[in-house]
Design a protein around this ligand. Structure first.
Ligand code: TXA
Ligand code: MG
Length: 360
């Protein structure tokens, strides 16, 4: 067991001495969890192969699931990539720092451990003062997956990181809750047209608008099935999953929320009458539909409001963790429209359910 050091820092003006100490840990081959605008990451010096290997051990992450490399300046992209497709520069200019990860051909300098030996590397420049200061202070890019145990929901606060990785990592920079609460959008720029590998905090529509082309969206990016190894190894594994069994109720018409709620309530009541502890993940708009279910003991949690999917994205992983902490055995979640942030929300919900989807 390690003693995990926690540095509390101001997200807007991080204390330089905390950043220096954390960078020193990374320089010595240690692991430091740090906040980004999406979720907390578990960082190692990207050029230190043995430090990177430890990330996989500590998370229980399959070694064929590659890591995102975090940078603080554009020269670092040039140093990590063997060549840059024009789209890379356009997207970097438009969205960095920000919640976009691009996949580009990799330079030989990048350790195999980082890319799981793939010929490409995933890179992003996070929009968080703490993350940027840490990379600057280290003077090298930082390889970092989300700072959760493999398979658990990604951490949106330092407490989540501490619960998963306390005693296993050298330090955590704690700057409070993250802004978006879902991970970055990942686009593979090594093919034409570009391929969406994971929807995330940056809406796909904004990327397409800048590129002036449609990005290809494979079924696995919508969370409808597992990815093939060749495309993105990491996506084969069940992610974000609560321990509870889960089902997602989707609709082609979220204008008719009563219909969605009727099915959700029926499924929840069936299970609660079998003696299971059941929770409904709904939205502010549908809370009112579940009074009968609640009266029979079904737990109710709103993810946020459909009028602002940002609120839903932001609460999602926290709610999935709460469901486990509160001992629920069965979760019924409402779907949302697959547009804007809704694409990322549905990807996470479908994967969390193990693709257990009902359409009404
Ligand atoms: O917002 C985020 O992206 C957060 C913060 C910490 O930056 N990071 C994150 O990392 O979500 P992680 O490891 O949980 O997810 C990274 C995903 C994996 O599913 C992996 O398969 C994919 O990125 N990936 C990484 N490198 C890749 C590569 N070279 N080719 C294809 N996919 C890659
Ligand atoms: Mg992850």
């Amino acid at each position: 067991m390690l003693k995990t050091r926690v540095w509390r820092v101001d997200a807007a003006r991080p204390d330089p001495s905390a950043i220096r100490e954390a960078a020193e840990v990374l320089r010595g081959g240690g692991l430091v969890a740090f906040p980004t605008e999406t979720v907390y990451g578990l960082g190692a010096d990207a050029y230190n192969a043995s430090a990177v290997r430890r990330i996989f051990e500590v998370k229980g992450r399959p070694p064929d699931n590659p890591l995102i490399v975090h940078i603080s300046r554009l020269e670092q992209l040039e140093e990590l990539a063997s060549s840059l497709p024009p789209a890379a520069e356009e997207l970097a200019r438009a969205f960095w720092p920000g919640p976009l990860t691009i996949v580009v051909p990799r330079s030989p300098r990048v350790p195999d451990e980082v890319t799981a030996s793939l010929p490409k590397v995933a890179v992003r420049m996070p929009a968080h003062k703490v993350a940027l200061a840490l990379i600057e202070e280290l003077g090298s890019p930082i390889a970092a997956p989300s700072a959760n145990l493999s398979g658990r929901p990604s951490p949106t606060s330092a407490e989540h990181v501490l619960r998963d990785l306390g005693g296993r990592v050298e330090g955590i920079l704690d700057a409070g809750d993250t802004l978006y609460g879902v991970e970055s959008t990942i686009v593979d720029l090594t093919s034409e047209p570009p391929v969406l590998l994971r929807p995330g905090a940056l809406p796909l529509e904004r990327i397409e608008h800048v590129l002036g082309v449609k990005v290809s969206v494979p079924e696995f990016a919508r969370g409808l099935r597992e990815a093939e190894v060749a495309l993105a190894p990491g996506m084969r594994y069940r992610h974000y999953a609560p321990r509870a069994a889960m089902v997602v109720v989707e609709s082609s018409d979220y204008g008719d929320l009563a219909r969605v709620a009727r099915t959700v309530a029926r499924l929840a009541l069936e299970e609660v009458r079998r003696g299971r502890r059941v929770c409904v993940l709904c939205t502010d708009e549908t809370l009112g539909y579940y009074s009968e279910a609640a009266a029979e003991g079904v737990g109710l949690k709103s993810l946020g409001t459909r009028e602002d999917p940002f609120t839903i994205a932001r609460n999602l992983f926290r709610r999935l963790r709460e469901v486990d902490d509160e001992g629920y055995e069965f979760v019924v979640a409402e779907g949302v429209e697959e547009r804007g942030l809704g694409l990322a929300i549905m990807n996470r919900l479908r994967k969390a359910s193990g693709f257990n989807i009902i359409r009404v």
